[in-house]
Design a protein. Structure first.
Length: 415
């Protein structure tokens, strides 16, 4: 574990320098890293091909290969994400509250960096760049530990980011990658309280629960996305089909894709076959309850597992329900508090759904695919937090800060 300790020490030692870096210095570093990603695109793609070939050799699914794959367009998007962070206000130093006490003390509540962030994540090498950029802009150093499936891609990306940092005032030690992808290394990382201030896991339920259950470092928990669409009785048919298709098909391998579609029985009588046909035409496998299979007996029967699964693939669970309350009860039972949507023209039902469904993001007449840091205007995100402490929803710059109180006095003493 010498490499782990060595890199943990590096990010710890670099933390004070980054915490006191100016906004201009951080923005310059982001710009240089963004430029370097474009300059070294061929090098990154070559490394990514090694990971993709290993994935094919290991017979991983097409959806998982999609999560792993980098293209010139995706590298361009990563570069653009870093540039977007430059345009966002620097949260560090923001005065959130200021009040003067009767004794004359002036008390200010000010944003400060969290410090040293550890991140354990799976697949999706773009997370490496998003995390590095967000942490840097928020004044945090970061120790990254990706998965073995993306090791060559992550190594290449960190090398490229370091090439950018070499030209900046920010030390390269501020962003480190743990190249040991073993379970032992990850377990040790979870207990580095003397070096890490917070740990963020991002990936599947096994990874997240392992970190939550075993880490002694404080954890910001990102969530699994068993997301639902509920099509209410008054839903516009063309809108319902378009949103369902987008939420399921546009990129099925990500956590904000819809996994279950609940349909009001009145709407189902007239329009369910249109929805089923639309999904089938786009290659979606449908697992349905008995009520739905009475309308189309050719659908696969759904088991209890289908209501619980995050497919991350071209599959969806489909269920006919008698009313809004039943739909919300189903979401309460099986949802993961990530993103939930209602499609309806009934504003009262929409209001009930939005206020009573417990999730980080709730939608009315829009796709769950918008739960994303970039779409929310954060530039990127460290993940989608489904817990309620500290931060919830896309973890952007503000979510990577803490606060401290600054008190100005004129000689006051307490009696």
């Amino acid at each position: 574990m010498s490499d782990l300790i060595d890199k943990a020490k590096k990010v710890k030692e670099a933390a004070p320098k980054l915490a006191f870096a100016t906004t201009d210095e951080k923005n310059q570093a982001l710009a240089l890293m963004a430029e370097q990603l474009i300059l070294e695109t061929p090098f990154i793609l070559e490394a990514n091909q090694q990971d993709l070939q290993t994935g094919r050799n290991n017979l991983i699914s097409e959806s998982m290969l999609d999560r792993l794959a980098l293209t010139p367009a995706r590298i361009q998007a990563m570069s653009a994400g870093l540039k977007e962070l430059i345009q966002l206000p620097d949260p560090i130093g923001d005065i959130l509250e200021r009040n003067q006490r009767p004794n004359g003390l002036i008390i200010e509540k000010v944003r400060v960096p969290l410090g040293v962030i550890g991140m354990i994540y799976e697949a999706r090498p773009n997370v490496t760049v998003d995390a590095a950029g967000l942490c840097l802009k928020a004044g945090n150093t970061v120790l990254l530990r990706g998965s073995s499936s993306a090791i060559h891609s992550n190594q290449a990306l960190i090398k490229v980011l370091h090439h950018g940092l070499e030209k900046s005032a920010i030390p390269m030690e501020a962003i480190q990658l743990l190249e040991d992808t073993s379970l032992k290394a990850a377990t040790c990382m979870q207990k580095l309280n003397q070096y890490l201030d917070v740990l963020i896991p991002r990936g599947g339920p096994v990874l997240i629960q392992s970190v939550v259950n075993h880490a002694t470092v404080p954890v910001i928990q990102t969530g699994v996305g068993n997301c639902h669409l509920y099509i209410d009785a008054s839903a516009d048919p063309s809108m319902a089909c378009a949103i369902s298709l987008n939420a399921k098909v546009q990129r099925p391998s990500v956590c904000n894709a819809a996994e279950t579609i609940l349909v009001h029985e009145e709407w189902a009588t007239s329009h369910l076959m249109e929805l089923i046909t639309t999904l089938r035409e786009h290659g979606v496998t449908i697992y349905a309850d008995e009520g739905t299979r009475q309308i189309d007996p050719n659908l696969y029967p759904a088991s209890e597992k289908d209501w619980q699964d995050e497919y991350l693939d071209m599959a969806v669970a489909l269920k006919v329900v008698p009313n809004l309350q039943t739909a919300m009860k189903h979401i309460h039972t099986y949802g993961t508090k990530h993103s939930e949507a209602i499609i309806t023209e009934n504003l009262e039902n929409a209001s009930t759904f939005l206020s009573q469904v417990d999730a980080a993001a709730v939608y009315h007449n829009a796709s769950t695919r918008f739960t994303d840091g970039t779409q929310f205007g954060y530039g990127a995100e460290m993940g989608i937090s489904t817990q309620k402490l500290h931060v919830r929803g896309p973890i952007g710059l503000a979510g990577l800060t803490s606060t401290k109180y600054i008190i100005h006095g004129t000689g006051q003493i307490r009696g």
